[in-house]
Design a protein around this ligand. Structure first.
Ligand SMILES: NC(=O)c1ccc[n+]([C@@H]2O[C@H](COP(=O)([O-])OP(=O)(O)OC[C@H]3O[C@@H](n4cnc5c(N)ncnc54)[C@H](O)[C@@H]3O)[C@@H](O)[C@H]2O)c1
Ligand SMILES: N[C@@H](CCC=O)C(=O)O
Length: 521
């Protein structure tokens, strides 16, 4: 099938037909009770929680288990029990399991995409691309480990009879915590990385969107993963965080989510664990884009619109600050405002809709407070600024694609991650100033530049302190990274390892080195 990426602009109409059929099928099955999955068994907790779709009132995604200590401990016990055999399984066999899971995901492609749309209100393009990204992550990790011969490397020996090797080996049972905004790709990608390197997993998806990951866990089981290697439990993040911090069975954590939760977990886990264990943290950001007087302004406006407002700005990669050279500020602001005003906002299930509703009321309140704070600070709303919900939206919470300007550099809208469709513009006069403003943040995930001047582009790449950097990217100024093309990892407050998801070094974070010296007996 044709690969649909976040940056794709067109697709075969047959894809839309299959997606629409899957939407009808998946929607008709919603509302069920979903058990947690431990060692291939269905587990029911004493308490449950209900997840409602953000697309319309009354659309019940399902009832999920509010797992506490008993289930979490059982899941880690299962993962620890499975660890020895799985970690000693030849890497080719582990790869074959992950590849079989990727095959199954391709079989279920449209149902998975429809599930993503329904549980977190992604448009069809975003949901299809996320499903493709999830499959691509599994396949990419498998290709890396095969290319690296399972990360076993001969070392020079000092005698003819001795044999020395460097071998990368797994850690144990890892917790895999994933966010609501990429409910499949980021949980499945991290789990696949953990499993393919020989670790076992206890996955914990976000409570706002847990269905995709429970489905993925079932796919892993069906792909022949040994009992207990992959487990998935649902429930409160903070409760899970407390449990794993104090659990000697938890050999490490891979967490994707907000900086506040990630930092809390990092401190708690480090405090309570008896020795240092791996923590792979992928966190939020405040992503800048620089537009110079040498830019193709129309292209920049189109691409920033996609970067800032795609999935309603609820991407860790969303463009949220744009620094525009003073001489072109007014003309660029006008182009961007016109482009934003033409974004199609509506039901994300519908064809042609570019932006759907926000995940929940809290996100809308955050958006409203941000707009009010811009006005309080004497700033200007150049486009959008309103949020709305009501009968005509079937209760879904919408915010207009919004552009603001005229606020100070230390305003919270410039410094704090909003996770809403709001982008702030500010002028600059020199490239040095633009880079200073772009880098003036504790975050460091994605950044972009629009300029047709090669020297400006090179100055950007050498001066920017972010992990994922794009020049003149058409399909999203700072968004839409793809496994095997863009390693996706944050610097500074955006990530802990410096090795990007979907990149050649990512798997290294899931293994530790062992020197094996075989001397003549
Ligand atoms: N850097 C990246 O690659 C990346 C990718 C996607 C999302 N994100 C970030 O994720 C955030 C949006 O997702 P979210 O709202 O689901 O984030 P969140 O931090 O609220 O939750 C993320 C996950 O962590 C769990 N969690 C929450 N508190 C926890 C705690 N104290 N201990 C352990 N687990 C806890 C949640 O249940 C969820 O599964 C944004 O900040 C976004 O930038 C980062
Ligand atoms: N691959 C996606 C991941 C975003 C995470 O929030 C992007 O690059 O936009």
């Amino acid at each position: 099938m044709e690969e649909i990426m976040y940056t794709s602009r067109s697709r075969d109409p047959d894809i839309d037909r299959k997606y629409e059929e899957a939407l009808v099928a998946v929607e008709s099955e919603l509302g069920q009770v979903h058990p947690a999955r431990v060692a291939g068994e269905e587990i029911f907790a004493d308490e449950t929680f209900t997840v409602w779709s953000p697309i319309e009132d009354g659309l019940k995604i399902g009832v999920f288990q509010q797992c506490g200590e008993i289930t979490a401990k059982a899941a880690f016990k299962a993962a620890c029990d499975a660890y020895t055999a799985w970690s000693q399984t030849p890497f080719e066999v582990r790869c074959a399991h992950i590849e079989a899971a990727a095959d199954q995901m391709e079989e279920d492609f449209f149902r998975l995409a429809a599930t993503i749309t329904l549980e977190c209100a992604k448009t069809r393009t975003e949901a299809l691309a996320e499903t493709g990204e999830a499959v691509a992550l599994l396949r990419y990790y498998s290709s890396v480990i095969r290319e690296q011969n399972g990360f076993r490397q001969p070392m020079p020996a000092d005698t003819e009879t001795d044999r020395y090797e460097s071998v990368l080996r797994p850690y144990g049972a890892l917790a895999v915590i994933s966010p609501f905004n990429f409910p499949l790709a980021l949980g499945a990608g991290a789990s696949a990385a953990a499993l393919i390197t020989g670790n076992t997993t206890v996955m914990k998806p976000a409570s706002a969107a847990p269905l995709s990951m429970l489905t993925f866990c079932q796919i892993l089981e069906e792909a022949g993963m040994p009992e207990g290697a992959a487990n998935c439990i649902t429930g409160s993040g903070p409760v899970f965080g407390e449990i794993i911090s104090r659990s000697p069975d938890c050999a490490g954590v891979t967490f994707t989510g907000s900086r506040d939760a990630g930092r809390w977990l990092q401190q708690e886990y480090t405090t309570w664990q008896p020795y240092p264990k791996p923590m792979i943290l992928e966190m939020g950001s405040k992503n800048p884009c620089i537009v110079t007087a040498q830019a193709d302004l129309k292209k920049a406006a189109e691409s920033i619109c996609r970067g800032a407002f795609g999935y309603s700005g609820q991407k860790c990669s969303a463009t949220s600050r744009v620094y525009v050279e003073k001489t072109v500020f007014a003309s660029f602001a006008e182009l961007l405002a016109n482009r934003a005003a033409h974004c199609t906002v509506g039901d994300p299930r519908a064809k042609g809709v570019f932006m759907g509703p926000l995940i929940n009321t809290a996100a809308r309140e955050r958006f409203d407070a941000a707009v009010a704070s811009v006005i309080d600070a004497g700033g200007e709303v150049l486009s959008g600024g309103q949020s709305y919900s009501g009968e005509e939206t079937h209760g879904a919470q919408f915010a207009e694609p919004t552009i603001v300007a005229g606020i100070p550099d230390d305003h919270p809208v410039i410094t704090t991650e909003l996770f809403a469709p709001l982008v702030a513009l500010a002028p600059f006069t020199t490239m040095q100033e633009a880079l200073h403003l772009a880098n003036d943040t504790e975050y460091g995930l994605t950044a972009g530049i629009f300029s047709q001047d090669k020297a400006e582009v090179e100055a950007f790449f050498s001066g920017i302190r972010f992990g994922v950097c794009y020049a003149n990217r058409e399909g999203g100024a700072t968004t839409g990274g793809w496994p095997g093309y863009q390693s996706f990892g944050g610097w500074n407050g955006s990530g802990s390892t410096g090795k990007g998801v979907g990149g050649p070094y990512y798997l290294l974070s899931y293994m530790r080195e062992q020197a094996q010296s075989r001397h003549a007996g």
